[in-house]
Design a binder for this molecule. Structure first.
Ligand SMILES: Cc1cc2nc3c(=O)[nH]c(=O)nc-3n(C[C@H](O)[C@H](O)[C@H](O)COP(=O)(O)OP(=O)(O)OC[C@H]3O[C@@H](n4cnc5c(N)ncnc54)[C@H](O)[C@@H]3O)c2cc1C
Length: 501
C-alpha cells in the first residue's frame, strides 16, 4: 500500500516537528515554507561575523532525562549540543539596589529577604513555590492531544497534575503586576515584574522558569536558535521528508469539506491526504480558508480582544569582551524614555559572551528587547519615518548603554534593528506576535484545557504551533506538531510511534 501524504504549511519548529513525526509514522511529508530558512521565529542572523540570536533565552527540555528532553532527542535537536545554564537568570537594578535573580530558590530567598525582610510573607511562599515546581512535569500535559485521550490517559494526567493542583491554581490566577503590588519594599515592587517579562504574565510562568533553570532544564543550546532549528531540519530530511522553501501557501484547497492540498502564490497546486497548518492562526483560518470554517469560539479568539506580544530587538556587535559582566541586566530607569511612542520604564541589556560561537574573538553581541506596539510601526511603514524611528530607538538605547558601559559607543561595529513588522514580514505572524497569544492569567486556563487543533466541519485538516498553544514557546510548538500527527494516526487507526536518530 502506498504511503499516505501530509502537507505541512510552515517550517517553524511546529512544522518541522510535525514533519519528523509524520515520517516516523510512515507518511510522505512535504513542508512548504515562505522563507528560505527553517525555524520561523526560532532564528538568528549573521552580520559582519556577529550572530544576532532572535529567539532562545531558555529551552525547556534542555536537561537530559527531564521534561520535554525525550521529544528534542526524537527531533535530533539536542544530541551533541552543549547546553549553557546560568546560576543567575538576570539582575535587576535601579542603580542603587540590585535584585539578583538566582535560579537556586534558597539563595534567591536569602537574597530577597536581605533586600526586604518586611516582605518575608511573600518571599517565602514564592520561593517554596519555585521548589515545588522543580518536580512538575509540564510535558505530561502534551503526551497526547486532548481529543484522543481515553480514560486511562486522563487518569495518568490527573495523577501527574494532582500534587500541583493547588500551587497551579494559586500562582496561575495571580499576575506578575498584581504580585509585585503586594510588596512593601518600593524597589522590589518595581523589580519583581521584570522576572516575568511582562506585567500580565501569571506568576506561575516565572516560577516554573526559575524551577527549570534550577534543575538545569532551561538552558541555552550552544550555537543558538538557528543551529537548533537546522538540527531539526536535518532530522526531517534524514527521515526522508521534503521541504520546499520560498513557497508561500495562498489557499488551502477543500473538496466536500475535506482539506485536499494547497495552492501556492505562484499558482502551483499540491495535493495530499492531510494538511497541517503550522503557521499563523489568523492567516490560516481567515485567509487560506476564507473564514469558511468558524464557530463562536474561534470568532471570539480572533476578534482582537486577546493580547499578543510584539517587540523591537536592537542588536549590537561591539569590539569589546563583556564576559566579565553579568550576562543580563535590566535597568530600571529614573525617568521613562519614549520608545516608539510609548513610555518605557526599564531597559534590559543582555550579552551573549556565554556562547563564544556568536561573536568573533574579543568581541561581543549585545541585545536589547523592548516591548513595542505593532500598530505604531504599521502606521509609519513605507515612509522614511520608519527608518528614522528605528535609528532613533537604537540611538536612545545606545545613549543609555554608554552610561552603564562607559565608552561602549565607540566600540560599536554594527547595529541591527528588528521591529514587530520585521517579525510579521519574516514569519507571517499576525501583529508580529512572538508567541501567538500572550500568556496571561486569562489565557492560562486555555492552555491547561487545550485549544482544539481542528476546525469545525473541516475534515483532514489540523493546526499546530503557537496559535493553538497559548503562550507559544519551542517545546509547546514542537509538541503540537507531534500532536497533529498523533491525531492523523488516530484517524487512520494506526499506533503512533516515535524513534531516535
Ligand atoms: C525574541 C523571541 C524570544 C523567544 N524566546 C523563547 C525562549 O526563550 N524559549 C522558547 O521556548 N520560546 C521562545 N520564543 C517563542 C518561540 O520562538 C515561538 O513560540 C515558536 O518558535 C513558534 O513556533 P511555530 O512553529 O509555532 O511558529 P513560527 O516560528 O512562526 O513558524 C511558522 C512558519 O510558517 C511560515 N509561514 C507563514 N505563513 C506561511 C505561508 N503562507 N506559506 C508557507 N509558510 C508560511 C513562516 O515563515 C514560519 O517559518 C521566543 C520568540 C521570540 C521571537
Amino acid at each position: 500500500m502506498s504511503e499516505k501524504s501530509v502537507i505541512i504549511i510552515g517550517a517553524g519548529v511546529a512544522g518541522l516537528a510535525a514533519g519528523c513525526y509524520a515520517r516516523m509514522n510512515g507518511y510522505r511529508a512535504t513542508i512548504f515554507e515562505l522563507h528560505d530558512l527553517p525555524g520561523g521565529l526560532c532564528t538568528a542572523w549573521e552580520r559582519r561575523g556577529y550572530i544576532f540570536d532572535g529567539c532562545i533565552h531558555y529551552l525547556f527540555g534542555s536537561g537530559e532525562g527531564q521534561p520535554f528532553h525525550a521529544m528534542w532527542q526524537e527531533l535530533g535537536a539536542v544530541q551533541d549540543r552543549p547546553m549553557i545554564n546560568h546560576d543567575e537568570y538576570q539582575r535587576i537594578t535601579d542603580g542603587k539596589d540590585t535584585l539578583t535573580v538566582h535560579t537556586d530558590p534558597d539563595l534567591l530567598q536569602r537574597h530577597m529577604l536581605d533586600l526586604s525582610p518586611e516582605d518575608a510573607s511573600l518571599i517565602g511562599p514564592f520561593c517554596d513555590g519555585i521548589h515545588q515546581f522543580t518536580k512538575f512535569d509540564m510535558s505530561a500535559m502534551y503526551h497526547k492531544p486532548r481529543a484522543i485521550m481515553n480514560l486511562l490517559d486522563y487518569r495518568d494526567l490527573g495523577m501527574a497534575m494532582l500534587p500541583y493542583l493547588m500551587p497551579v491554581m494559586k500562582w496561575s490566577a495571580l499576575s506578575a503586576g498584581e504580585f509585585a503590588k503586594k510588596f512593601r519594599n518600593p524597589f522590589l515592587r518595581q523589580a519583581i515584574p521584570q522576572i516575568f517579562s511582562w506585567d500580565e504574565a501569571p506568576v506561575m510562568m516565572g516560577m516554573s522558569l526559575l524551577a527549570y533553570m534550577h534543575t538545569r532544564n532551561a538552558g541555552f543550546p550552544a550555537g543558538g536558535s538557528l543551529e537548533f532549528a537546522r538540527a531539526i531540519e536535518k532530522r526531517f530530511l534524514d527521515l526522508g521528508g521534503e521541504i520546499k522553501y520560498k513557497s508561500q501557501v495562498e489557499k488551502i484547497l477543500v473538496e466536500n469539506d475535506r482539506a485536499v492540498g494547497v495552492r501556492l502564490y505562484n499558482d502551483e497546486v499540491h495535493r495530499a491526504d492531510y494538511v497541517v497548518s503550522a503557521c499563523d492562526g489568523r492567516g490560516t483560518i481567515f485567509d487560506m480558508l476564507d473564514g469558511a470554517y468558524l464557530d463562536r469560539r474561534i470568532e471570539k479568539m480572533y476578534d482582537g480582544h486577546m493580547s499578543t506580544h510584539s517587540m523591537m530587538q536592537v542588536s549590537l556587535g561591539v569590539k569589546r569582551d563583556l564576559s566579565h559582566e553579568p550576562h543580563w541586566v535590566t535597568h530600571l530607569l529614573k525617568k521613562p524614555v519614549l520608545v516608539a511612542g510609548e513610555p518605557r520604564h526599564e531597559i534590559g541589556v543582555k550579552h551573549y559572551c556565554f556562547d563564544k560561537s556568536l561573536a568573533p574573538e574579543g568581541r561581543s553581541v549585545i541585545e536589547v528587547i523592548v516591548r513595542s506596539d505593532y500598530s505604531y510601526w504599521q502606521r509609519i511603514y513605507g515612509r522614511r519615518l520608519y527608518d528614522t524611528e528605528q535609528t532613533q530607538v537604537s540611538g536612545i538605547i545606545v545613549d543609555h548603554l554608554e552610561g552603564w558601559l562607559p565608552g561602549i559607543k565607540k566600540d560599536i561595529e554594527f547595529v541591527d534593528e528588528a521591529t514587530p513588522l520585521s517579525y510579521e514580514r519574516y514569519t507571517g505572524n499576525w501583529l508580529g506576535s512572538t508567541c501567538g497569544w500572550l500568556m496571561t492569567k486569562e489565557t492560562m486556563p486555555m492552555l491547561i484545557k487545550g485549544v482544539p487543533k481542528t476546525l469545525p466541519r473541516l475534515g483532514n485538516f489540523y493546526m499546530a504551533g503557537q496559535w493553538v498553544e497559548p503562550g507559544g514557546s519551542l517545546p509547546l510548538a514542537a509538541a503540537s506538531g507531534k500532536g497533529a500527527i498523533q491525531l492523523i494516526c488516530a484517524k487512520d487507526g494506526k499506533k503512533f510511534v516515535t524513534s531516535n536518530p
